[in-house]
Design a protein around this ligand. Structure first.
Ligand SMILES: NC(=O)c1ccc[n+]([C@@H]2O[C@H](COP(=O)([O-])OP(=O)(O)OC[C@H]3O[C@@H](n4cnc5c(N)ncnc54)[C@H](OP(=O)(O)O)[C@@H]3O)[C@@H](O)[C@H]2O)c1
Length: 247
């Protein structure tokens, strides 16, 4: 029997990049996957169709996590589609670089809302849907443990997500729910065009122990492991998945 058979997963930001790879991988392991999208419903629908063609189960849910109250609304939509969840992957995120001097309070509030407020309240709102023994996996960034001054809007929000991952572990542990964060390094997706460009990727690879930038599947494998029964003894951790970038 497939490792995640009978499990139901919600993956935010599932239409492309890392979220798409996570969704395909969880579905291939037998999970029924709710694919969340904001602005790319057609891509999400194509992904759902591809998962179903491959023998898996997938449905699309939509919601703009930049809006206050978005988490509660999204979980209402999820509740209408499934009586329970086993796996929540907070993958949706907003990346960006700018000098500190150029950052406004409104912009920072926007990053905070998508990267920390929405995941926090998605966790809160899904507690009654998550079955005992469930899994919460938050996608952070190595920006939390390496100094990039141009990431003042982004890295602090991910650091907050890692703090949340740590502090909730004992509370969730009482129900055998694990919560962990995964820290990708430079990964070739729309969010990181530099990692998609062969010349820039080769330059970045010089600071990566394994000598290349990441691909979405590199991250998806770690998430699939954390979602599995095999990772039941890991909780409250933030795990680098960067090929050893800037060690
Ligand atoms: N790529 C990297 O180098 C890298 C490195 C470290 C960490 N990460 C993290 O990895 C995660 C996935 O990013 P990615 O690299 O796969 O980039 P991506 O392809 O740009 O994906 C970002 C996802 O976030 C969703 N999103 C953005 N704004 C949203 C909003 N207002 N409401 C709801 N969803 C929203 C997008 O949904 P729609 O497309 O449906 O609108 C999209 O699916 C992010 O949390 C990112 O911070 C990436």
């Amino acid at each position: 029997m497939a490792e995640l058979s009978g499990k139901v997963a919600l993956v935010t930001g599932a239409s492309g990049g890392i979220g798409q790879a996570i969704s395909r991988t969880l579905a291939a392991a037998g999970a029924s996957v709710l694919l969340h999208t904001n602005s790319q419903p057609d891509d999400a629908a194509r992904l759902a169709a591809a998962i179903r063609e491959a023998g898996g189960a997938a449905q699309v849910v939509q919601g703009d996590l930049a809006q206050p109250g978005a988490a509660a609304r999204l979980i209402d939509v999820v509740r209408a589609k499934t009586p329970y969840l086993d796996i929540l992957v907070n993958n949706a995120g907003k990346g960006g670089r700018m000098p500190l001097e150029a950052l406004t309070e409104a912009e920072f509030a926007h990053y905070l809302q998508i990267n920390l407020t929405a995941p926090l309240f998605l966790i809160q709102q899904s507690l009654t849907l998550l079955r005992d023994g469930g899994r919460i996996i938050n996608i952070s960034s190595i920006g939390t443990r390496s100094a990039w001054p141009e990431m003042a809007a982004y890295a602090p929000t991910k650091a907050g997500l890692e703090a949340l991952t740590l502090l909730l572990a004992p509370q969730l542990g009482a129900r055998a729910i694990t919560i962990n964060a995964v820290r990708p390094g430079a990964t070739a997706t729309a969010m990181n065009p530099g990692a998609q460009d062969p010349r820039q990727a080769a330059e970045t690879a010089k600071q990566i122990a394994l000598g290349r930038v990441g691909q979405p599947q590199d991250i998806a494998e770690v998430v699939a492991f954390l979602a599995s029964a095999r990772a039941g003894w890991i909780t409250g951790q933030s795990i680098d998945a960067s090929g050893g970038q800037r060690l």
